[in-house]
Design a protein around this ligand. Structure first.
Ligand SMILES: Cc1ncc(COP(=O)(O)O)c(C=O)c1O
Length: 474
């Protein structure tokens, strides 16, 4: 497949950066390759017409392409020109923006609006660590692959209090929900196994599944769950695992209603797939009857959760709740790379769970106020952005104006010193383009400037996309 020079110019959109023309062009091409809009195998136009259409020198195009060739994104074959490929470490290239190191003066002045998590620990975290220090002496060697006994009891109690009787032996404490997910994947999936996954979904899950070379079957979540796709996926005997967030879905902020829950519950009676329920955000959903979604007794279920979104991400305390044998297997797998989540954090988490209902109340109130304020600021400064009216949870899943793609906006915002996440990161096929996830937890002192930068970037992308007067070649 080949792409014409004029089509590539359209796809490139806004690519000029203050860092330099060749760097800007190379970075933009790399992001188009990573998000799948320049598929592997695409033949690029020749350098001279591309330079002409981009109105830059041929040397700049040559420099940008050479840079991409060095990074493994392009290969040049005699007779077939310059062709797109993926470097062997492409998954590293596509890693979450929040994992990127802070490298330059420019990035230090950047506002990072990429992570949907508490922007600072609440005061209770400080108090819990203080109290935990006094108890440290009673924890023996400090090694515990399955987790501190008191913490496992506290987590089991959390489930039991919501109507799901749970024993401490059914809990494996992990270093965040991310590790819980990774352990489940490592112990239950083989390379090329099929995974039923919501689209959009949590990017960290996509990274973990891709690392296992999983193949995705997507069920759309667009305003609501596409139940036919979800149920067909669960009926498909070739699906090995279903990764779902029915309690509170990241990034849309939706929760399954009673009808959808019941349909899902019924489908788990007969499915052969392991159901991996990610409850990391569930406690931030609008208050329901307080009970947890129950599945059929015969279903194989692992539920994962953490204190990362409800209390503070830096705690790094998460868990898996499953049957005893699976909990034991997860702990054994964990011990191959990590002999236990740090003890001080586990004691602090145990203490924090004692006050969990009160902490949750404050956190929910904070999120609802922050959502309200952010929605009002966006309506005033960026009215072309469609904000969901009934948003809940830690982010807003906004719809972009027609003709503005997420990657164009993210690239332009980065020139304005604002770090956003490309919506393609949330999609198993990287084909979600007209959305933007905005975390509501941005510190209030930064919010006005972040919204200002976003509004400027939106204006710039929209102006660039507006039809221009017909340009004639000199
Ligand atoms: C849905 C979901 N699951 C899991 C995680 C990972 O959570 P943790 O910080 O506990 O590892 C996140 C973090 O963003 C998330 O949004």
């Amino acid at each position: 497949m080949r792409i014409s020079s004029s089509n590539l110019v359209t796809l490139l959109g806004s690519w000029r950066t203050p860092a330099g023309l060749a760097e800007g062009l190379a970075d933009r091409l790399a992001s188009l390759i990573l998000d799948g809009r320049l598929p592997v195998g695409t033949r690029l136009p020749a350098e001279r017409p591309l330079a002409y259409d981009l109105q830059i020198s041929r040397a700049t195009v040559v420099g940008a392409l050479a840079h991409l060739r060095d990074r493994g994104f392009l290969t040049t074959r005699h007779g077939s020109g310059t062709v797109v490929r993926l470097p062997p470490d492409a998954t590293l290239e596509s890693m979450a923006p929040w994992t990127a190191p802070i490298t330059s003066e420019r990035s230090r002045q950047e506002i990072d609006w990429s992570a949907a998590a508490p922007s600072a620990p609440p005061p209770e975290v400080h108090a819990a660590f203080h109290a935990a220090l006094d108890r440290l002496a009673f924890t023996g060697t400090g090694y515990s692959a399955a987790g501190l006994a008191e913490l496992r009891v506290a987590i089991a109690h959390l489930y039991s209090s919501r109507g799901l009787d749970t024993d401490a032996d059914q809990i494996c404490v992990t270093t965040g929900a991310q590790q819980a997910m990774d352990l489940v994947i490592r112990t239950s999936l083989n390379a090329l196994d099929r995974v039923l996954i919501e689209s959009p979904t949590y990017p960290g899950a996509l990274d973990a599944f891709r690392a296992r070379n999983a193949r995705f079957e997507a069920a759309a979540v667009d305003g609501k769950w596409s139940l036919p796709a979800l149920l067909a996926g669960l009926r498909n005997p070739r699906v090995s695992l279903a990764y779902l967030m029915p309690g509170l879905h990241n990034p849309t902020g939706l929760s399954m209603d009673a009808t959808q829950r019941e349909a899902l519950r019924q489908a788990t009676r007969t499915t052969g797939a392991l159901i991996l329920v990610d409850d990391t955000l569930t406690d931030l959903a609008p208050p329901s009857d307080g009970t947890i979604l129950r599945f059929h007794r015969s279903a194989r279920i692992v539920r994962i959760g953490s204190l990362g979104k409800t209390v503070w991400g830096g705690l790094r305390v998460g868990w898996a709740r499953t049957d005893r044998a699976t909990a034991h297997r997860l702990a054994s797998e964990k011990s191959r790379s990590d002999l236990g989540t740090p003890m001080l954090e586990q004691i602090a988490a145990t203490l924090l769970l004692k006050d969990y209902p009160a902490l949750l109340k404050v956190r929910r109130r904070h999120l609802s106020e922050a959502t309200h304020t952010l929605t009002a600021s966006l309506a005033a400064a960026a009215p072309s952005l469609q904000v969901p009216p009934d948003a809940s949870g830690p982010s807003l899943w906004c719809r972009l104006p027609p003709d503005v793609t997420s990657s164009d906006l993210v690239a332009t915002a980065s020139h304005h010193g604002l770090r956003l996440v490309d919506a393609a990161r949330f999609s198993p096929d990287r084909l979600v383009h007209r959305r933007l996830r905005l975390p509501v937890d941005i510190p209030p002192s930064m919010r006005p400037e972040a919204v200002r930068r976003l509004s400027r970037a939106l204006e710039e992308v929209t102006t660039e996309k507006a039809p221009r007067g017909s340009a004639t070649r000199p």
